[in-house]
Structures are given as structure tokens and as C-alpha cells.
Design a protein around this ligand. Structure first.
Ligand code: SF4
Length: 252
């Protein structure tokens, strides 16, 4: 009896669920329903211009938007432009950012990108993906946030941890790598929806389809979603089977 229970526990730990991929019309219906439900979905990083959005997005890596919004008012009060931040004292900026994870690295990046914007782009944030990803600390995800939110001209889809998880659960992709997920989303949805798609998925991921205990019963796409009520098993890696310790092997 005890061994059956142990086997059942082991099977549950190993359980992985791979949802069916949905067809394009279904994917678009899911997005339409989610967009209606989260009609107020928007970028939750406070900013007043493209430069502030760029800096806030760089700061948001491995930090919550709430935490970033707590430090940026002071940061932009003291150094409101790329020119000002380019000349800032490193220790003073570090002090303002010290509540964020990796604040030393982030300080180097935002001062570095401010210098590059000042020296190479005449003090204005560049408007192309190719130029943005050349700036220190700016990857494809950050660049797409700025292009979509500040300029209304995304060159791709922002794939953060929420977009990654939801794209897998909703059957939009079978990939785990953000770049491949982005390509799948760009194939499924028209360019005009790329920016809004990311905000809607992020809102849904924060409020309903959370990483742990997603609220499937309250979800507006419960009928279309191939992972409904099994979502926590999606994207999971099977538990590793432990080798018995040498002493145990010897005893046996
Ligand atoms: S039904 Fe569940 S798994 Fe599917 S999107 Fe809704 S909350 Fe997420």
C-alpha cells in the first residue's frame, strides 16, 4: 500500500502536460476575448517620454514594475535627460537604485546608454530595433517595449516571463526559448496587434493565469484554452530520478 502511494506521488512529480497547438483563428479568438476582458491593459512602468521608458525597462529586469516605479521619480528628478544621466556620479546613482536587484550593473547600463544616446544619437532615443539593441543593457525585449509603447511601431512581440508561460499554456507555441516564441507569435498575429498582445498577456498572467494556481474557473478563455485546469503541468521539466547513494547500493 505504502509503495503504491509512493509510486503515485512519483508519477505526479513527473507529470508533464503538453497542450495541443491551437489554429490561427482560435488563437485570434482567444486574444480578442482576453483583450476585451483586460481592456485597460497597458505598460505598467511609469514614464513621461521614450527616454524614461527605456531606462525604466532596463531597470525592470528581475525587479517588479512596482519596485521600479518607486525609484524612478527620484532618479528622473535628479537626472532628467540622457545628457544629465551620462554625466552622473556612479555612486550617487547606485544609491538611488540600491533597492533594486543587480543595481550596480543597472547603474552602469543606464549611464552607458545615456552616453551612447548623447554621443551617437543627438540626445534622442533611436527608433529602430537595430540601433536600440546596440545600447548597453538593451536586449530585444526592452527594445520592443520602447518601440511598441513609446513609438507605436513594434518590430516584434515582447516576450517576458508571463508572455512565455501563457503562450505555452494557450497553445500558441511549443517552444521555450523567448526568440522562438516571439517568431511563433509574429506568425499567428498581425503586426498591428503585437504591442497590445504582450500587454494583454502580461495583464492576464499577473491577474488570472498566474504561474502557480491559475484561476481557470474564472478565466474568460477557459473553453478555448487547451491547458484549462492542467496549466501547472505545462512547461514543467520531469523530476529527476535520483540515483541511490553508494552506501545504499552497497547494502543492497
Ligand atoms: S484556462 Fe487556465 S490555463 Fe488557460 S489561460 Fe485561462 S487561467 Fe490560463
Amino acid at each position: 500500500m505504502a509503495s503504491r502511494k509512493a509510486e503515485a506521488t512519483k508519477a505526479a512529480a513527473n507529470a508533464v502536460f503538453v497542450p495541443e497547438l491551437v489554429e490561427r483563428p482560435v488563437a485570434r479568438r482567444i486574444f480578442a476575448k482576453l483583450a476585451k476582458h483586460h481592456h485597460d491593459a497597458h505598460c505598467e512602468l511609469d514614464h513621461r517620454n521614450p527616454f524614461e521608458l527605456l531606462v525604466a525597462t532596463v531597470l525592470s529586469a528581475q525587479s517588479t514594475d512596482v519596485m521600479v516605479n518607486q525609484v524612478t521619480p527620484e532618479l528622473f528628478r535628479r537626472w532628467p535627460t540622457p545628457e544629465a544621466l551620462a554625466r552622473a556620479d556612479v555612486a550617487a546613482v547606485e544609491k538611488v537604485l540600491s533597492r533594486l536587484g543587480m543595481y550596480r550593473q543597472k547603474t552602469r547600463n543606464i549611464i552607458g546608454l545615456s552616453r551612447a544616446i548623447t554621443e551617437k544619437h543627438g540626445g534622442t532615443v533611436p527608433k529602430s530595433l537595430a540601433e536600440l539593441v546596440e545600447l548597453p543593457g538593451v536586449g530585444r525585449k526592452t527594445a520592443n517595449v520602447v518601440l511598441g509603447v513609446a513609438f507605436g511601431a513594434p518590430e516584434g512581440v515582447v516576450v517576458d516571463t508571463h508572455v512565455q508561460r501563457l503562450s505555452q499554456r494557450l497553445g500558441f507555441t511549443r517552444h521555450g526559448d523567448p526568440k522562438e516564441i516571439e517568431q511563433d507569435l509574429m506568425q499567428l498575429f498581425p503586426r498591428k496587434d503585437w504591442d497590445r498582445l504582450a500587454h494583454v498577456l502580461i495583464f492576464h498572467g499577473r491577474r488570472i493565469c498566474t504561474a502557480r494556481r491559475p484561476a481557470c474557473a474564472a478565466c474568460p478563455v477557459q473553453r478555448e484554452c487547451p491547458s484549462a485546469f492542467r496549466a501547472e503541468l505545462v512547461g514543467r521539466k520531469p523530476a529527476r530520478v535520483r540515483k541511490p547513494a553508494k552506501s545504499q547500493t552497497a547494502r543492497a
